[in-house]
Design a protein around this ligand. Sequence first.
Ligand SMILES: *Cc1c(COP(=O)(O)O)cnc(C)c1O
Length: 421
Amino acid sequence: MRSEELFNESKKFLPGGVDSPVRAYKPYPFFAEWAKGSKIVDVDGKSYIDYCLAYGPMVLGHANPDVMSEVVMQLKKGSSYGVPTENEIELAKLVVKKVPCAEMVRFVNSGTEATMSAIRLARAATGRNKILKFEGAYHGAHDYVLVKSGSGAAGLPDSPGVPEETTKNTILVPFNNVDAVVKLIEDDGDSIAAIIIEPIMGNIGFIPPREGYLEFLRKITSENGIILIFDEVITGFRIAEGGAQEHFGITPDLVTFGKILGGGFPIGALSGKTELMEMLAPSGSVYQAGTFNGNPISVTAGLATLKQLDNSFYSQMNSKGNSLRTAIKDIIADNGLNYHVAGLSSMFQIYLTDREVWNYDDAKTADTEKFLTYFHTLLNKGVFIPPSQFECCFISLMHSNEDIEQTLDIVDNGMKTIKKL
Ligand SMILES: *Cc1c(COP(=O)(O)O)cnc(C)c1O
């Protein structure tokens, strides 16, 4: 297999053979040759129905014709200028139009940079240092948020090289828990700058907020001068035109974006109320900068993507997602199994546990070893899902009924395989 050869070669030059850890699964990951619509094809010519979709960005499917033609036109005019372009205004206007909390936008290069900058901004605005984050939430790979979940209030670094001095200001709470937040704010509210939350947790599978939880957070943060940051790097432009904040009807102070916003090219953004956003340099003194910020290719691809995300897109994604999840639940039941299926709109995950999953501890009851067998059964038969129980699967507009029918047969196969274990 060419993928296996490439992986052996790759391991000599790239740590672990990949550029981002989740991509490395055993015995070797497939290497991509090309992708179109709902399919990704590997260097051995094998085609997969793709439910990983680059971990989120490709909502319109791979190689969307409009995005491609706009990008090619822009490429001919140059790919990076270091001066502003009109399309940055256009994309910012579209974000402001779609997203409830968005009044101004700063474009950066990744979701990681977006959350890092949002946290800095929240600290500057409040003059406080602590931030509160949820166990199992992922906000990118920078030091402030790379904190192991655990019972203790003060965070321990999740990786060697992250100083405790940094993460001692990052406080962990269990998702969907009211009392823990109330207690932390009673004890220490005056030193908390921000609560950062994925309004739907998408990096530990799929965990929705309990009814009223986001409302509770909105209220308690407002009352205590704490900035509420929604990290919508996954949910932004996905769950609804205005993201999870529109879907749940809760408006945060700041929001971070990435993934879909770049239409398959690297991007990130932070956005929020004008009075906060104007604190960023050069308007204000909170430093944030980047050589590739607002890159013309990414911005053009983002514009061409966001323009296609209309009401009809969201209703199609909802009905595709609902029918897929219902059918998966039926397959699980027909096999006499009791696994938990979670999801909303174009997001879904099967947890190999019989528990309902409302937080990190619930998620951790899932059988990760079985999940890898399930993953390989699907992969073998031509369905690519993320190789981890704790990622989320996505569908794109290009996933046809035929794709879904085929997938369901293969999911059935996967369930029958793990049932025997
Ligand atoms: C992917 C992700 C990030 C990080 O974005 P990158 O572009 O990979 O740096 C941050 N937050 C959430 C919720 C994400 O899913």
